[in-house]
Design a protein around this ligand. Structure first.
Ligand SMILES: [Zn+2]
Length: 334
């Protein structure tokens, strides 16, 4: 059982483990600095100093709010796929395309063999972990999503591109574990886009997680889960981190039919809404989750990354979440 695995890894965590999906909003000074950097008005070093300052801010915020498993907040990233593509050999930057919603990004192009030449996220993970005694999650974008959100001009098909990327992400996982990471999240928001590809997406996840001594989470959102559930439970991870609240908790119906067999990070905050949830609303969502999940298997977090909210909205939402969790812990524990 996954709870036992966490303990084997030396992690003592309370019931209803609280965490976040990964990204936090960038403070104004960092947004300004990124614009200046793009215009070549400041150096990479100047920008990195502010990225570190913003990372420190978010670690301190997460501690103050009382979360159990922290993230580095991704203050150094633009887009979750482009960030990896910019560092990995084998990619070129493509043209600007529109992705989900109103987000534009430079869609990377695979033009050669993708390779892992140096750690991508490890230094940021290490930096964040030195700032806190709480566990910090390693955060990686998964091979299926990097493949799906890139053009492929090199590999014979999507599966081959996905497998090549899986070998790269495996190396980054090994580097994170070597640095001391015990919980690693592999973001696969695109996973439910083509249900017929779930089989090779699962094989790719095996290439990443097999025989690695870490607790693995995968985050999936924008989901048409009815097409990949319950088959997706075969993915070799310990925990699925799912967007639940934006869709009105309709996944609970699926779990009533086919029980959820792994740990679940249950999204209790709608990241698309500016409104800060009342703690009572969050508590209600947790209680609905408990109708289909055992308390030991339930983690509580937002639906998705909070980077599209303001700093104040993100803080407010997380405070409401913690207040609700404290109440539920009391009523279940007592
Ligand atoms: Zn998401």
């Amino acid at each position: 059982m996954s709870r036992a695995k966490l303990e084997r890894l030396g992690l003592k965590l309370p019931l209803f483990i609280t965490s976040t999906v990964g990204s936090f909003p960038k403070p104004d000074y960092l947004l300004e600095a990124r614009a200046k950097f793009a215009r070549k008005e400041i150096t990479q070093k100047d920008l990195e100093a502010l990225e570190r300052r913003a990372t420190e801010f978010w670690i301190q915020q997460q501690e103050e709010i009382g979360l159990d498993v922290l993230v580095d907040g991704e203050q150094y990233r633009g887009d979750m796929v482009a960030y990896f593509a910019e560092i990995l050999p084998g990619f070129d930057r493509g043209g600007l395309v529109r992705s989900y919603g109103n987000r534009y990004y430079f869609k990377p192009i695979i033009v050669g063999e993708v390779k892992w030449s140096r750690p991508i996220t490890v230094n940021w993970w290490k930096f964040a972990q030195t700032l806190t005694s709480k566990p910090v999650k390693g955060m990686l974008t998964g091979p299926y999503t990097i493949m799906d959100w890139s053009f492929n001009d090199y590999y014979p098909d999507r599966k081959a591109a996905c497998f090549a990327l899986a070998m790269v992400i495996r190396k980054e996982v090994e580097a994170l574990v070597e640095a001391g990471a015990k919980i690693i999240q592999i973001d696969e928001p695109a996973l439910s886009v083509r249900p017929e590809e779930l089989g090779f997406a699962r094989e790719a996840m095996h290439m990443i997680t097999d025989n690695i001594p870490a607790y693995f989470v995968t985050h999936i959102c924008y989901g048409a889960f009815e097409f990949i559930y319950p088959q997706m439970l075969d993915l070799p991870v310990d925990n699925f981190d799912l967007e639940m609240s934006n869709s009105g908790l309709d996944l609970i119906g699926l779990f009533e039919k086919d029980p959820f067999t792994k740990d679940l990070s249950f999204g209790v905050l709608d990241v698309h809404s500016h409104a800060v949830e009342a703690p009572g609303v969050v508590k209600d969502r947790i209680e609905k989750a408990l109708q289909v999940l055992r308390p030991e298997t339930l983690w509580v977090d937002p639906d998705c990354g909070l980077k599209t909210r303001t700093v104040e909205e993100a803080q407010g939402k997380l405070r409401a979440m913690m207040e609700a969790v404290r109440e539920v812990r009391q009523s279940v524990g007592g």
